[in-house]
Design a protein around this ligand. Structure first.
Ligand code: HEC
Length: 120
């Protein structure tokens, strides 16, 4: 009889622990899901971060003849083509500039913002 009572108690305790573990697992998944959604949204909006992650590799120091960020003279000649044309060149590649400029997740708006940032 006592053995039975103990085992039922053990089962109940075990079930409670299972539920807690499950609740914890669900909570962890929620936290990870929410935080990754948050970082990817912040990522898309932060032009400075995108610049550092991709364009700076070449446009920071002028690698391969890339117009340097902040070199307004170098950019003003290119800006005459208009932002849409420059966005198109960024996506398709242009001479030594590789297509998409190392940013595969960038949208047209991101590219336009990056170009404006570098041309300043
Ligand atoms: C691997 C090096 C490299 C990376 C990375 C790179 N670029 Fe370039 N980019 C170049 C080079 C080199 C040129 C100059 C091409 C030429 O006119 O000879 C250039 C030119 C450009 C131009 C001018 C195109 C034109 O029509 O005159 C734009 C706009 C541009 N890059 C945007 C970007 C953006 C935005 C990024 C980041 C998302 C980026 N680039 C990343 C190398 C790079």
């Amino acid at each position: 009889m006592r053995n039975n009572a103990v085992s039922i108690e053990t089962v109940v305790v075990q079930k409670v622990i299972d539920l807690k573990v499950m609740a914890l697992a669900v909570l962890i998944f929620l936290v990870i899901g929410v935080s990754s959604a948050w970082t990817s949204r912040a990522h898309a909006a932060d032009t400075n971060e995108l610049y550092k992650q991709s364009c700076a590799t070449c446009h920071g120091a002028g690698v391969l003849g890339a117009p340097k960020a902040g070199d307004t003279a170098a950019w003003s000649a290119r800006l005459k083509a208009g932002i849409p044309a420059l966005v198109k060149h960024t996506k398709e590649g242009y001479k030594n500039m590789p297509a998409r400029g190392l940013c595969n997740t960038c949208t047209d708006d991101d590219y336009a913002n990056l170009i404006k940032l570098m041309a300043k």
